[in-house]
Design a protein around this ligand. Structure first.
Ligand code: GAR
Length: 214
C-alpha cells in the first residue's frame, strides 16, 4: 500500500475529498480502471494530524474510521516538541506521503528535512501570488481577474517549494469571498486527489526547484 497522512486544521473538505476518492476505489476525477497501464492503486489514509480539537475535520476522521493525532500546541513547550512527536508517529506508520490540506501552521525543519519530497501542500491561489493566510481575500482585494489553486512540495518557507500542479479560476465582478471560495474548493477537491494519484504512481519527479509530471 501507499500510505498517506493528512494534516488539517479546519473543516476538512479536502480531507473528505481524498477519503472519498480512496473509498470509491479511485484517486482521480476520472475513473481509473485496473489495466496494465493503470494498475489499481492501494492508497490508504493512515493518519489525520490536527492542531485544533474542535475542528470539523476531527469528526470527519472519526466517521471515516481514520486514526487521528489531535493536539493543542499550547500543551507543548514549543513547535519542535510536538513536531517530533508527529514525526515519530509518521515513521512508526511508514507514511509515504504527507498531505497538508488546510493545515494552518508553519512547520519547522523537524518535519521539513526528513520529509522533503514526501510532503505536499494545497494553497488557494496561483503561487507565488498571495501566499499566507486569506489567499482568496488577498486576490479579491488586489483585483486580479484570475486566481486559482496550487499544489506544491513543502520547503521551509511560507507557501514556497516546487510547484506540482496549478489550476486557474476566473474572478467575476459579482464575486464575493464566499462565491469565489466555493469555486476554488470545488477545484481543490478534484486536483488534490489527482496529484496524490500521480505521486503514488511515481509520475512526479523533483528536479531541484521544479517538478516534472509524466
Ligand atoms: C483550503 O482552501 C486550502 O487551500 C487552504 O485552506 C482550505 C482548507 O479547507 N489552505 C491554506 O490557505 C494554506 N495556506 P478544508 O479544511 O475545507 O479542506
Amino acid at each position: 500500500p501507499f500510505r498517506i497522512a493528512v494534516f488539517a486544521s479546519g473543516s476538512g473538505s479536502n480531507f473528505q475529498a481524498i477519503a472519498d476518492a480512496v473509498n470509491a476505489g479511485r484517486l482521480a476525477g476520472d475513473s481509473v480502471t485496473d489495466s496494465p497501464m493503470h494498475p489499481r492503486l492501494d492508497v490508504r489514509i493512515e493518519l489525520l494530524v490536527c492542531d485544533r480539537p474542535k475542528a470539523q475535520v476531527v469528526e470527519r476522521a472519526r466517521q471515516l474510521g481514520v486514526p487521528a493525532f489531535v493536539f493543542r500546541p499550547k500543551d507543548y513547550a514549543d513547535r519542535e516538541t510536538y513536531e517530533k512527536e508527529i514525526l515519530e508517529r509518521l515513521q512508526a506508520l511508514e507514511i509515504d506521503l504527507v498531505v497538508m490540506a488546510g493545515y494552518m501552521r508553519l512547520i519547522t525543519n523537524v518535519l521539513v528535512e526528513p520529509l522533503y519530497g514526501r510532503l505536499i501542500n494545497i494553497h488557494p491561489s496561483l503561487l507565488p501570488s498571495f501566499p499566507g493566510l486569506d489567499a482568496i481575500k488577498q486576490a479579491l482585494d488586489y483585483g486580479v481577474k484570475v486566481t486559482g489553486v496550487t499544489v506544491h512540495y513543502v520547503d521551509g518557507g511560507m507557501d514556497t517549494g516546487p510547484i506540482i500542479a496549478q489550476r486557474s479560476v476566473e474572478i467575476t465582478p459579482q464575486d464575493t469571498e464566499e462565491s469565489l471560495a466555493a469555486r476554488i474548493h470545488e477545484i481543490e477537491h478534484v486536483l488534490l486527489p489527482q496529484v496524490i494519484e500521480r505521486i503514488a504512481r511515481g509520475q512526479v519527479q523533483l528536479q531541484g526547484n521544479i517538478t516534472i509530471t509524466s
